[in-house]
Every structure is written in C-alpha cells, then in structure tokens.
Design a protein around this ligand. Structure first.
Ligand SMILES: Nc1nc2c(c(=O)[nH]1)N[C@H]1C(S)=C(S)[C@@H](COP(=O)(O)OP(=O)(O)OC[C@H]3O[C@@H](n4cnc5c(=O)[nH]c(N)nc54)[C@H](O)[C@@H]3O)O[C@H]1N2
Ligand SMILES: Nc1nc2c(c(=O)[nH]1)N[C@H]1C(S)=C(S)[C@@H](COP(=O)(O)OP(=O)(O)OC[C@H]3O[C@@H](n4cnc5c(=O)[nH]c(N)nc54)[C@H](O)[C@@H]3O)O[C@H]1N2
Ligand code: SF4
Ligand SMILES: [Mo]
Length: 723
C-alpha cells in the first residue's frame, strides 16, 4: 500500500518546512518538500532531501544500551557508528531494565544529594512543540531537578529584539518580493534559511538591491549586489552610525517616530557619539560606505532587514541587536508591505506552553523554585558546582560534547566516573560516548507532533509516517515511561498526543482562532489567523504571484501596537537600566576581540561557524551528507597566512588558552585579514577527536545570558607534524 503523509521538518531551522513522505508497505520511500506550503514551495534543503539515509542509517541507536566499558572514546571509536556502538562498549538491555536502572539511580541520588543534583540537558534536536518541550519539562519539574537555562542559541538576540518590539515578530518571508532594498545582516541565507532565497531572487528580478553584512563571505554574500565585510562583534557601532546619518540628514520618518516610538530624543543624543568615521575604525567599513548604506536604506523603499543570529553570538550581541532593531522604527518601514525587519516570527504562535510544560508541578516537599544552571556553562557546572554537585545528567535533543563551548572542560566533566549520564539519542554521538545508558529515540518520521516556526507564520501538524524503528521511543513516550517508574500519579503524565496538541492550541492567542487539530490534520499547514489585526496604515495588499493562497500581508506594527511596557517601540528602555545597561544602546568592543585588549597573545578573531550542509552537529555523521561539506578547514586571509609562513593546504595549529586543534589551512578570501573561520562538526570525526569548540568560550553575552561563539581570539602557527 502506498500513502503520502504530511509532516513538518522539526530541525532547528527557521524554515520549518512542510514535508511529504511517501510510505510503501510501512517503509518510507520518498521525501519531498510540500508544494502546498507557501514558504517551502515544494523543495527541501540538500541535507533533509537525503533524510531517508538518516532514518534508515545502519548507525541508528535502535535499542536501549548499558555501558560496559570505561567512559570516553573507545579504541576505533573515531568513526561514526562503528567504534562508538561497538559491542565491546555496550550491552543491549530492555526498556524495562533501562527505566528501572535510571529510576533507582535517580532515587539514590535524590536521597543523598537532593533532586537538584539531577540536571536535564536539551536543546534543538527537535523543535516539535511536544517532543521539544512538554512531557520532559513536566517530568523534571515534578522531580524537582535543576532547571536548565536554554540560552546556547538565540537569547541575546531575542532579548534585544524584545527590548524594542516587546515581541518576536518579523516581516513575513512572502513579503520580501515587494522589497526594493534588502539587507542580509549576519544572515547566511543560502546555508541556514534557504527558503527565503526564492523571495529575494524574485525581488531582485523586480529590481531590488541585496546588501550583505557579514565577516564571512558566505554564498549569499558572494552573489550580493553589495557585500560589506564587517569586523566581528562591531555591528552595534554600525547600526548607531547609520542612525547618526539618518537622523542628522533628516531621513527618518518623523510622523512614525512621533506616534509610535518612545525615547527618540535620547537616541538623537546618543548617536551624536557615533559619526561614521568613528564606527569605521571598529567595523572596518569605510565611513563613506556607512553613509551610503544609511542613505540608501532610508530612501530606497520598501527596505527590509533580514537579521539573523550571527550578530548576537558575541559579547555585546544583545545591545547590537537592539540597535539594529531600532533602524526600521526610525525610518518607518514597519508600515510598508515588504519593509520592516525579520529576526524571528516565533512570538506569533502563542501556544499554551503552560499546558504543555506544566511549570507548576513540583515535588510534594518542595517550596522554593529549583536552582537554574546555564547550559552554555555545562563544563563549569559539571566540574565545579557543589551544594549539590551535578550527580546525574539526562541529555536529549542535544549533543553537548559537540556543540557546547569550551569542549575540553565539557569532556572533563562528562568523564567523571561518579556522574550518572543518560542520553536519549538517534545516533551514537560525541555525547553518547560518555553515557552510562543510551536510550533509542525516534525521528520525526516515527512520531506525531505540532510544529511552529521561527521564520514564517504557518502552524503545522506533523503526522507519523512510519512505525518506530527497533525499540525507538519519542521523547514524550520516554518521559511518560520514566514518570511512571518514578511513581508520579499526576494525570498529565497520561495525556495522549492528541490531547496534548489540543491543550497546546487551547490558548488565549487570538491568532490561533479557528486553528484546531482537525483542521491542521486536514490542511497540513495553516497560516495564523491575523484577520483580527488592526487596519493597515499604508499600502494596499497585493496578490503574491507564484504563491498559492493570496492573503492580507501581516503588518503588526503598522500602527504601533508594540508589546513593550509603553506600547511603543522603545528606543529608550527602563528595563535596560534595571540590567545595568545603557537605556538607549551603546557599543562596547568585545573583550575577546582585536579592539578588546586581549589581542596581543591571540591576535586573530575566530568565527566558529555552522556548516551549510549540517545542522549544528546533526547530519555530520551521514556519509551522503558528508560528501557535500569539506570539513576540518581553517579559512584564513593570505596576509595572515603569509605572516606566519603558512601555505594553502598546510596543516596548522590553532590555539588559545582553552585548547588547540589541528586543521588544514584554506586561503581563499572568505575572510578578511585578522579573522579566521572554522566549522562545527562531530568532535570524534575531527582531527585528534575534537572540534572547534575546544577554542570557544563559556563567557555569556550582555543580554539574555547567551553563548558567545563569535567572540573568540586565537593564534595560528604552522604545525610541524600532525599529532
Ligand atoms: N545549514 C544549516 N542551517 C542551519 C543551522 C546549521 O547549522 N546549518 N543552524 C540552525 C540554527 S541552530 C540557527 S540558530 C540558525 C542560525 O542562523 P544564523 O543566524 O544565520 O546563524 P549563524 O550561521 O550563526 O550566523 C549567520 C551569519 O552571521 C555571520 N556573523 C558572525 N559574526 C558576525 C558579526 O559579528 N557580525 C555580522 N554582521 N555577522 C556575523 C556568520 O559569518 C554567518 O554567516 O540556523 C539554523 N539553520
Ligand atoms: N562552534 C559552534 N558551536 C555551536 C554553534 C555554532 O554556530 N558554532 N551553534 C550553537 C547553536 S545556535 C545551537 S542551537 C546549538 C545546537 O545544539 P544542539 O541542539 O545540541 O544541536 P545538534 O548538534 O543539532 O544536536 C541535536 C541532537 O539531538 C538529536 N535528536 C534529534 N531529534 C531528536 C529527538 O526527537 N529526540 C531525541 N532524544 N534526540 C533527538 C540529534 O540526533 C542530535 O544529535 O549549538 C550551538 N553550538
Ligand atoms: S532543515 Fe530547514 S530547510 Fe531543511 S527541510 Fe528542515 S526546515 Fe526545511
Ligand atoms: Mo541555534
């Protein structure tokens, strides 16, 4: 029998694609992008187009496993799949045995150290509303475990965005075709957000100009009309200088500013300190170019900014984002179809997360809230926390031994013989190498979920296409079973998947009106119900050619309606003062930068980037995907290479106080002098079984306690020999 199932890609990607899976006699035989999804438009990225290889990979974890060898990489464990799951490391056990052992260890740890000695660790393995954050959160709250502060990705940028808009909303991708001036700001569109590209391509056919601001010459930068390589971590200075030009030349929208923003006078004062000449010294962008950019951005309309999270992986990333988000507020482009700014759309979905996650649950004998541990500082938590120490770690939806900064410290902590570690995974990753118990997890083909997005406004139900492989269980089911083993009687642990979806949709958010489960199941994807929005101030909605259902463009801030305390776009924010920050915005060079004073011993700025064909560390073990991505490279500028006697293709040692890694030099002009770049991969597939996170720092950003993967100083030298 042949069936086509509608699912939604749950990977941590703004596009949240609609997916069609063909199933024949119980086996998935084809995957394609849903042509009915207005943003997916029938195509998938290269890595997910090969998803059958992932689902049916011989390297999948299919059964619960118990460690029978010492923790760490076993001999021959360098290759994905092979050594790591070699029979000498693992003993297959039943789910019952695994659950009994976990429950027994948890009980013993709670008795001796208290429940906060248990730490959950999860991030973006799946962004499905259920398998991303529901039964797991219920379980750990009820258990009284330490809570995880999940800020490894986007929290600085989110805080910066919300400090101005009060909510995470952005220009819908479909509107980009109407833009005449598009700035891709720290936005690797071809790599990380490929479904936005057709809309930009259409806008360019209609005459739009594409500007890219990025220290790395991405594929998007290579095909831009104007590429501005910027020094890492200096975007705040650029945005403030652009506002200096816009305001001093009277190019701002005085009417919009007066009606819908707060604190413009303070901004006027602040930007006086940022003439283009001053910003040029930090950013490396010529003052004349800053002027030209500001003028064009303010006058070639509609103009839109696709800001992405590259800016905020920096010590001053929150403030930089805040300053950039002010730009559309002062030029009034938020009222134009095809104008505004897009960083995230996730604030529109407003699911009933309390129903999903039940933060009210707690152990019967606990009054105070549990301790909070920041996920970026896992190494520090495992190695130094006391009162209580972390005695058990439960990892799911994440691969911290690859993605977490300061890798050597993370591994030191994971190696602790007294740490009881459980990892729920699809593959034998870097992290399972340190697990006591590995539990097998389903892929999205094998479970049902509800899917929001952070790059568009369509909600989807992702149907289950095939039965779970082996003894794999979805996250919801694993935590349901564990709750049972711990004796938790609360009715929420017995809810069915459909009840959980219904609960998530039972929200006070008016944009969910009319979007029930049955309709989502029938239609696959449904645009949020924006019909109740306030009337649009400017521009008549146009039909979008090539796009299926024409709809009214969503312009949430056309007439203000910001969700800040004042209801206005806050160019001046009391909340910043409370955090000890400048209420307007300020540029401070990152301490780990060439301007920051630590540049003597380690003079090069490292971009520890993502790979275009992997998703963070996910996919990096799959042979058919590996062929698309060249790994273990250090990209550097010819001047820096020459100064160190390094030729293209030679092995180099890249190092700082935290660690070292040996990579192959690539001198091809992707970065400017002073900047080097390398990409994320599974550590055990890298040289010396490590990855670029041996060099990155646990330091947190100015806002949102985010990771600072792009504020890293290193030095590079020729390697005499490969160790
Ligand atoms: N193919 C692919 N897609 C992905 C991912 C992946 O790993 N691979 N990861 C997913 C995840 S988790 C996320 S959060 C999103 C993130 O997507 P993005 O926000 O696009 O994330 P990054 O790739 O970190 O950064 C984007 C760009 O910012 C640039 N950049 C770095 N530092 C600076 C700076 O100081 N200033 C400026 N102007 N630019 C800077 C980088 O060179 C990069 O090209 O993508 C998702 N999609
Ligand atoms: N150097 C450097 N480091 C980075 C970044 C960077 O740009 N540079 N990016 C950072 C960012 S933005 C992010 S978001 C983080 C991402 O950090 P993570 O979210 O840890 O990212 P992944 O590497 O994708 O690992 C997710 C793991 O979850 C597993 N998984 C997938 N689906 C499921 C499921 O349904 N159940 C279970 N139990 N497991 C599942 C996958 O097999 C995979 O191993 O990495 C951060 N680390
Ligand atoms: S990873 Fe992103 S682009 Fe690729 S299929 Fe998933 S949602 Fe679409
Ligand atoms: Mo991320």
């Amino acid at each position: 029998m042949k069936q086509v199932i509608h699912a939604a890609c749950p990977h941590d990607c703004p596009d949240a694609c609609g997916v069609l899976i063909t199933v024949e006699d119980g086996r998935a035989t084809k995957i394609q992008g849903d042509p009915g999804h207005p943003v997916t438009r029938g195509f998938l990225c290269a890595k997910v187009a090969k998803y059958l290889d992932r689902v049916y990979s011989p390297d999948r974890v299919l059964y619960p496993m118990r460690r029978i060898a010492p923790k760490g990489l076993t001999a021959g464990g360098a290759k994905a799949g092979e050594g790591a799951c070699a029979t000498q490391s693992w003993q297959r056990i039943t789910w019952d045995e695994a659950l009994d052992e976990i429950a027994a260890r948890f009980r013993a740890i709670i008795a001796e150290f208290g429940s906060e000695a248990i730490l959950p660790y999860s991030y973006g393995g799946t962004l499905g509303a259920l398998n991303g954050a529901s039964m797991d959160r219920r379980f750990f709250s009820r258990l009284g475990a330490s809570q995880l502060e999940r800020t490894i990705c986007s929290s600085a940028g989110e805080a910066g965005l919300e400090s101005v808009f009060g909510v995470k909303l952005g220009t819908e991708p479909e509107q980009f075709i109407h833009a005449r001036y598009i700035i891709a700001w720290a936005s690797n569109i071809h790599g990380n957000n490929v479904h936005l590209w057709p809309f930009i391509a259409e806008a360019r056919r209609r005459g739009a100009k594409l500007v890219v601001i990025d220290p790395y010459r991405t594929r998007t930068a290579a095909c831009a009309d104007w590429y501005l390589p910027i020094n890492p971590g200096t975007d705040g200075a650029l945005a403030l200088a652009m506002m200096h030009v816009i305001i001093s030349e009277g190019l701002h929208d005085a009417d919009y500013v007066a009606k819908y923003t707060l604190g413009f006078d303070h901004l006027v004062e602040k930007v006086k300190a940022y003439p283009p000449e001053r910003a040029a010294q930090w950013t490396g962008i010529a003052a004349e170019d800053i002027r030209k950019l500001a003028r064009e951005y303010a006058t070639v309309r509609p103009s839109v900014i696709r800001l992405n999270y590259g800016v905020q992986r920096s010590e001053g990333g929150g403030m930089a984002t805040r300053a950039i988000v002010m730009l559309p507020c002062i030029i009034g482009s938020l009222k134009e179809v095809g104008g505004g700014l897009h960083l995230s759309t996730s604030g529109a979905f407003g699911l009933n997360n309390d129903a999903l996650r039940r933060p009210d649950l707690k152990p019967e004998d606990r009054q105070r809230p549990p301790r909070v541990v920041n996920m970026v500082r896992l190494g520090e938590a495992l190695n130094t926390l006391s009162d209580p120490p972390v005695k058990a770690l439960f990892v799911y939806n994440s691969n911290p031994a690859a993605v977490c900064p300061n890798h050597n410290e993370v591994v030191r902590g994971l190696k602790r013989p007294d740490l009881f570690a459980v990892v729920h995974e699809q593959f034998f990753t870097d992290t399972t190498d340190y697990a006591d118990i590995v539990l097998p997890a389903t892929t999205f083909f094998e479970h049902k979920d509800l899917q929001t997005a952070y790059g568009h406004y369509y909600l989807q139900v992702s149907d289950q296409a095939i039965e779970p492989l082996g003894e794999c269980r979805a996250n919801v089911e694993a935590f349901r079973a564990l709750a049972g083993r711990m004796g938790f009687q609360d009715p929420c642990f017995a809810e069915t998947i459909d009840q959980m979806i219904d609960g998530a949709l039972a929200s006070s958010n008016p944009w969910l009106d009319g979007l029930n489960r049955e309709r989502l199941e029938r239609e696959g994807q449904v645009r949020l119900n924006f019909s109740s929005q306030l009337p649009v101030a400017g521009g008549q909605p146009e039909t979008t050619p090539g796009i299926h259902k024409a709809h009214e463009p969503f312009l949430p801030f056309a007439s203000g309606n910001f969700r800040t305390p004042s209801g206005k776009a806050e160019l001046y924010s009391e909340a910043m003062i409370a955090l000890g920050l400048d209420p307007v915005a300020e540029f401070t060079p990152p301490a780990e930068s060439r301007h920051g004073g630590q540049g003597k011993a380690f003079p090069l700025e490292l971009l520890a980037r993502k790979s275009d064909n992997f998703l963070n560390s996910t996919f990096s073990n799959l042979p058919s995907v590996q062929t698309m991505e060249e790994t273990n490279l250090l990209e550097m500028h010819s001047a820096d290479a020459r100064a160190r006697g390094i030729a293209d293709g030679e092995t180099v040692r890249v190092y700082n106080r935290r660690g070292e890694i040996f990579l192959k030099a690539r001198v091809d002009g992707a970065v400017q002098s002073g900047v080097v770049s390398a990409k994320l991969n599974w550590a055990k597939l890298g040289p010396g079984f490590r990855n670029i996170n041996v060099l990155t720092s646990e330091k947190l950003s100015d806002l949102g306690n985010s990771a600072t993967f792009y504020s890293v100083l290193v030095e590079v030298e020729p390697a005499k020999s490969f160790p």
